[in-house]
Design a protein around this ligand. Structure first.
Ligand SMILES: NC(=O)c1ccc[n+]([C@@H]2O[C@H](COP(=O)([O-])OP(=O)(O)OC[C@H]3O[C@@H](n4cnc5c(N)ncnc54)[C@H](O)[C@@H]3O)[C@@H](O)[C@H]2O)c1
Length: 348
């Protein structure tokens, strides 16, 4: 049994608190921590057997805790994760791994050095809908992937500390890396700061991948129409993941355009338009956060590297930084920093 502590019990951290009390013999929630005394007290009433503290240092020093979930604002991630790893704890840290690539890489390497599991909460890697899209887009009937498109728009929750890019785009950047099987090489992005100078509320981001795939991500927290959608366009099919459609989260459109390979007399490629059915495959949706926490427990128990470890978390932050550079340069393409040393590979 893995003994857990949770630091940061706000909007998202509360879900970890609940999930960790639902895992039976795999995990036991020992102590929760939040600087906000009133919120902590309310949570303690719901879970009276769990200790509570307002001091992260106290929880980090608790010898009865093996692993820490950190669900605090992004700017605090690196320092808290470093404290936890230095105290010998395994760490499940919320996205983004840290506020800069430099900090992200340092935390990742500390995890390796300490031989502890460091996993980043890129929840969509543990989403059955996204996993279904990955499976379907790898089949011969899907054909070749042309491009990826994502929209993540809603009204609020507007964060005081990070932009909509750093809050929302980590999800789609990670989903795209999973689907494309690669880290993007370049990004170009334009953003708008409508509510607060210097902090983007909306952004339009274009990504290029070394395998010729291109991607586009739109994020906004000032759009009253809620959309959470990822689309993969191939030569034979189009696959849609709609995160707010509980009935049909994944749909396959058996339609596409492909080159037949012949060149006609006008020197143009001939192409074929394909028309077919629209299908909704069966997807058994489990709670992604629970699947994520179960995966973390498995990694701690069996000494396995997580699917979304420190390296994958740093990859996402490298893309976020490139997006910021591109936005600062008025949308000019920015290269994504290749931070990995030779041999410091990872999986996609
Ligand atoms: N994976 C997802 O789908 C997902 C969804 C929502 C939020 N998140 C991430 O979770 C993190 C938290 O987001 P949130 O919406 O819960 O924010 P929040 O502001 O609601 O909660 C953060 C909590 O951390 C506490 N806190 C801050 N610093 C602390 C410290 N040093 N010690 C103890 N407590 C501290 C605050 O008092 C607050 O209660 C962010 O990194 C966010 O990106 C991820």
């Amino acid at each position: 049994m893995i003994r857990f502590g949770v630091i940061g019990c706000g909007h998202w951290g509360r879900n970890y608190v609940r999930v960790l009390t639902e895992l039976g013999d795999a995990a036991r929630l020992v102590e929760i921590c939040d600087e906000n005394r009133a919120g902590l007290e309310a949570l303690r009433k719901r879970f009276p057997l769990v200790n509570a503290t307002t001091s992260a240092d106290q929880l980090v020093a608790n010898p009865g805790v093996d692993a820490l979930v950190i669900a605090t604002p992004a700017a605090t991630h690196a320092a808290l994760a470093e404290k936890a790893l230095n105290a010998g704890k395994h760490v499940l840290l919320e996205k983004p791994l840290a506020a800069t690539l430099k900090d992200s890489v340092r935390v990742h390497r500390l995890g390796q050095e300490k031989g502890r599991v460091l996993m980043v909460g890129h929840t969509f890697r543990y989403n059955d809908g996204v996993r279904k899209v990955k499976e379907l887009s790898g089949k011969p009937e899907f054909g070749r992937t042309y491009y990826l498109s994502a929209r993540r728009n809603h009204l609020g929750l507007i964060r005081p500390d990070v932009s909509a890019v750093w809050d929302l785009a980590p999800h789609d950047i990670e989903i795209f890396s999973f689907l494309a099987g690669a880290q993007p090489a370049t990004v170009s992005a334009v953003g708008g700061c409508f509510l607060k100078p210097g902090r983007q509320d909306v952004a339009f981001i274009t990504l290029t991948y070394p395998n010729g795939v291109i991607g586009n991500i739109q994020v906004s927290w000032i759009d009253s129409n809620t959309v959470r959608e990822v689309v993969v366009i191939g030569d034979r099919q189009r696959i849609v993941f709609d995160d707010i459609n509980a009935l049909e989260p994944v749909r396959i459109f058996e339609k596409g355009a492909e080159i037949t390979g012949d060149v006609n007399s006008f020197g143009e490629f001939q192409h074929q338009l394909r028309d077919g059915d629209i299908r909704s495959p069966k997807v058994t949706m489990r709670e992604p956060l629970r699947t994520q926490v179960e995966h973390f427990c498995e990694c701690v128990r069996d000494g396995k590297p997580p699917l979304t470890g420190g390296a994958e978390g740093a990859d996402v932050v490298a893309v976020l930084e490139a997006i910021d550079r591109s936005m600062a340069a008025g949308g000019a393409p920015a290269a994504v920093e290749a931070w990995r040393k030779p041999g410091e590979g990872g999986k996609k």
